[in-house]
Write a protein that binds this ligand. Structure first.
Ligand code: FES
Length: 116
């Protein structure tokens, strides 16, 4: 998102609820979604943690966020039809604050479709 993503970045922590499991955790300002989940001991699917494997893919049911400027584009790991449904690469995606609900395969290894 570059300039506009940075312009509207979060000014308050985000409270996240995982659809289905009901787990909740808070994402501090300036932290990506997956790092906050792992810090809260939520069994988020992951491997590389740097946006290249795709195993942390998560669907944002409600709430908003952004990808900071980066030379790599993590959205290449998401199919267009998945992006339309709100799927993001959680290890590279930053919530903007407020309440958020997400859908993710807690406790699994996820689907590694990229390079690790
Ligand atoms: S953990 Fe590999 S892309 Fe997020």
């Amino acid at each position: 998102m570059g300039f506009f993503g940075d312009l509207f970045k979060s000014a308050e922590p985000t409270k996240v609820t995982v659809k289905g499991s009901g787990e909740t955790f808070v994402v501090p300002v300036g932290m990506n979604l997956m790092k906050a989940a792992l810090n809260a001991k939520v069994a988020w699917p992951h491997s590389c943690k740097v946006g290249s494997c795709g195993s942390c893919r998560t669907t944002i049911v409600s709430g908003d966020g952004y990808y900071p400027s980066s030379p790599c584009d993590p959205t290449t790991l998401i199919k267009p039809e998945e992006a339309e449904k709100g799927m993001v690469i959680a290890c590279q995606w930053y919530p903007k604050g407020g309440d958020m609900e997400v859908e993710v395969a807690i406790g699994t290894e996820g689907d590694k479709r990229g390079m690790i």
